[in-house]
Design a protein around this ligand. Structure first.
Ligand SMILES: Cc1cc2nc3c(=O)[nH]c(=O)nc-3n(C[C@H](O)[C@H](O)[C@H](O)COP(=O)(O)O)c2cc1C
Length: 145
């Protein structure tokens, strides 16, 4: 199986840590959304889409990329890091992907340290090693059925 993970992470690089742990666990190709083109998604059996949650949403760069793709008949999984990880943050992205023809085969959520100006007010130290191990296990289970 040939997997690609596309992610957006900019605040604390929390989502990047999760994306890297997943990619290393299953030998997936890893791409920042800033470096990804619609053509990059062809040629993979499984695609992971990951983001931090910013004002209730996956980052707009991910929507911009996916909206350029008219049809995407692929297996995909979603993951996010957030102050308060919640299924409600996945729903709009899941619906967009389904509308493109994707089959959503998994969703992973993880607490991410949140704060501003060097002050952390929630989830200090997350994602931690236990979170990353959960991420690896999630990816391996998807990969190996
Ligand atoms: C501008 C901004 C808005 C945020 N909005 C939310 C939010 O609506 N809900 C939430 O649970 N966390 C929110 N957070 C916390 C982030 O989702 C969390 O820190 C996440 O792990 C950041 O991912 P990153 O380090 O990969 O960018 C917000 C953080 C920032 C910087």
């Amino acid at each position: 199986m040939n997997a690609l993970i596309i992610y957006k992470s900019y605040s604390r690089m929390n989502t990047e840590k999760v994306a890297k742990a997943m990619a290393e666990a299953v030998n997936a190709t890893l791409k920042k959304v800033e470096d990804a083109n619609p053509e990059d998604l062809t040629g993979y059996d499984l695609i992971g889409i990951g983001s931090g949650i910013y004002a209730g949403k996956y980052h707009k760069d991910l929507y911009k990329l996916l909206e350029k793709i008219p049809r995407l008949e692929k297996e995909v999984f979603l993951f996010h890091t957030a102050g308060k990880p919640d299924e409600k943050y996945d729903k709009p992205m899941r619906e967009l992907l389904i509308s493109k023809g994707c089959k959503v085969v998994g969703e992973f959520r993880c607490p991410g340290a949140a704060g501003l100006l060097g002050i952390t007010w929630s989830n200090k130290g997350h994602p931690d090693e236990q979170d990353l191990e959960r991420a690896r296990t999630f990816a391996k289970e998807l990969f190996h059925g």
